[in-house]
Ligand binder design. Structure first.
Ligand SMILES: [Zn+2]
Ligand SMILES: [Zn+2]
Length: 571
């Protein structure tokens, strides 16, 4: 049982209960349980089997039973009951940003709105704005939310798409006649969001023998042929998967085609033509004869190119650079010496400082840059002065126990509405480094927001700008900000720009990484971990850095602790 899927189930139950008007304590219990399950550190399956899960803080007997039923049957009676009692449209409205459960209930009770279409009408004709506590602004925000929902609803965040792709890959790889199956498409290119899953399948036999076994897979609802050697699957969550099949001697070409992007493949095919080759669904062909390409390296080599990392295959300069022999040596996970941006129980994290440090040390990092929230982030339990003193004493004590690892005293300080950093200079002096982030008043206009961030960089305590555009993928657009001005100032002041690895953020966007580097700003890859599981966010951040053409030397936390600290102190 995947604990994230269990957490999503509990979250959904909590919102459905709230939509239905259940007792708030009951609702709170389920949403707390969802957080606890999501951050659960041990062996989840074992804890589920023995019932030990019910002893975990925030999780009780009722939650355990719900998760157990879901794990063994794939269903939840409680969720299904709730679902029957709530109109479909209300559930859909939950996905519109700016529209919480309370507002949805008001709309339903007072205007009898129960579909998104009715909501859109009411937002346009002024009825919605006339409701108490709604107004013009809310109506506009809801219309933007509806537009956003339409634009994004078929997409999934990268970590979910990756999990779905990996599950399907494992199932397909086990079918008779299948030599191997590989995840391809946008997931392999490590795009921040994905619509469909793409797989490349290496087959010993013909595709005719694959159709029935595919249809028999538990997650497959429907199999359609989309070509001589391709299938489209409709899956049980209504998403689609495309399968591209090839025999072993053509598998490399198949994997390249299944990985894409369309723009990369077009440029690649054009480059191949200049060398008398054609790249088509059947593989790579010279004249009338097929060129064997058992792997991707063989295909690129036949065209006269080095292998191109999937993250770069977006149809930019990658083929020209490959031809010139100047592809970058992209940063890799093992280049990172420090894990940065991590929250403990001192603010809104679920693990202790010692637990986080041990996990980082075990993962091979040389240092942990701990950054709990500052006091202004009261919603996240930001640290008051006494908490800072206690945390620093705890860090000092832990650091005395290691000679191969250390915890750096950092903080994620709010950038306040006027651009000042939260905390006085005397307090900021006590930290080894400071991440400054915007967490409030995100509705400011572009000029105000830009001034705010530029002013924050005037403070010599600031080391890194956290999640620089504030976007939430599939949830909230970036706040308006002159990013070019921000990057230029960051370079001038010696402030680093974060790539936040939280799969919901992945901010800075990969499309702007090269601009940040070229402006002269250092990039720091941050986990923004709130639990042990969140430490793995770093891998998503590395994916974005690679997608943004960054090398190890461009990334601040590939430096050792002294190198990192001297960067922070130089200000
Ligand atoms: Zn933050
Ligand atoms: Zn954070």
């Amino acid at each position: 049982m995947d604990k994230h899927a269990a957490a999503r189930l509990l979250d959904t139950i909590a919102s459905y209960q709230e939509l239905k008007g259940e007792n708030p304590f009951k609702v709170r219990a389920f949403s707390n349980a969802a957080r606890a399950v999501d951050g659960f550190a041990g062996d989840f399956d074992a804890a589920l089997a023995t019932g030990a899960l019910a002893e975990t803080k925030g999780i009780g007997r009722a939650t355990l039973e719900v998760v157990r039923e879901y794990a063994s049957t794939g269903r939840s009676t409680l969720l299904e009951e709730l679902r029957r009692e709530i109109p479909d449209g209300l559930v859909e409205m939950l996905r519109i940003s700016g529209l919480g459960v309370t507002k949805i209930r008001t709309l339903h009770d007072q205007l009898h709105i129960s579909t998104v279409a009715e909501l859109e009408l009411a937002a346009r004709n002024g009825r919605l704005a006339a409701l108490p506590k709604f107004g013009e602004k809310t109506a506009e925000k809801i219309l933007r939310g509806i537009e956003f929902l339409r634009r994004t609803s078929a997409f999934r965040l990268s970590h979910r798409a990756r999990r779905a792709a990996e599950q399907l890959r494992a199932a397909v790889a086990g079918l008779p006649g299948v030599d191997r199956a590989e995840v391809a498409g946008s997931v392999r290119r490590r795009l921040e969001i994905s619509r469909d899953v793409d797989l490349a399948v290496c087959l010993r036999g013909g595709t005719a023998d694959l159709e029935a076994p595919l249809a028999a897979l538990s997650q497959v609802r429907e199999v359609r042929r989309t070509g001589d050697s391709a299938f489209a699957l409709r899956l049980d969550d209504e998403s689609q998967a495309d399968l591209y099949c090839a025999p072993p001697e053509r598998f490399g070409a198949c994997l390249v085609r299944a990985t894409g992007s369309a723009a990369h493949l077009d440029t690649l095919a054009a480059y191949a033509r200049t060398r008398g080759l054609s790249l088509a669904a059947e593989g790579l062909v010279r004249g009338a004869s097929a060129v064997p390409c058992p792997d991707e390296e063989a295909l690129y080599a036949a065209i006269g190119l080095p292998w191109i990392p999937p993250e770069l295959r977006e149809g930019g300069e990658e083929i020209a650079r490959a031809a010139a022999g100047t592809l970058p040596a992209l940063v890799e996970q093992h280049d990172l010496k420090g894990l940065l941006h991590c929250h403990s129980v001192y603010s809104d994290g679920t693990n202790t400082v010692a637990e986080l440090a041990e996990a980082c040390r075990a993962a091979g990092y040389r240092y942990l840059g701990l950054t709990d929230h500052s006091a202004a982030a009261a919603y996240a339990g930001g640290m008051r002065e006494d908490a800072i003193a206690r945390q620093h004493a705890e860090i000092d004590a832990l650091n005395r126990g290691w000679n191969d690892f250390r915890i750096l005293k950092g903080v994620e300080a709010d950038i306040l509405a006027d651009g000042a950093l939260d905390y006085t200079p005397e307090i900021l002096d006590r930290f080894d480094f400071v991440i400054g982030s915007v967490h409030s008043r995100m509705e400011q206009d572009a000029a105000t927001m830009t001034q705010r961030v530029l002013r924050a960089m005037d403070d010599p305590h600031l080391t890194i700008i956290g999640h620089p555009t504030g976007r939430l993928l599939l949830g909230r657009d970036p706040y308006p900000l002159d990013l070019d001005a921000t990057l230029a100032r960051a370079a001038e002041r010696g402030v680093a720009i974060e790539i936040n690895g939280d799969p919901q953020r992945l901010d800075l966007d990969w499309r702007r990484c090269a601009a940040a580097r070229d402006a002269g700003a250092a990039i720091s890859i941050g986990a923004d971990a709130h639990s042990l599981a969140g430490l793995e966010n770093t891998a998503f951040g590395v994916g974005i850095a690679r997608k943004g053409w960054l090398e190890a030397k461009d990334v601040l936390n590939t430096r050792d602790a002294e190198g990192f600290l001297s960067y922070a102190r130089k200000r």
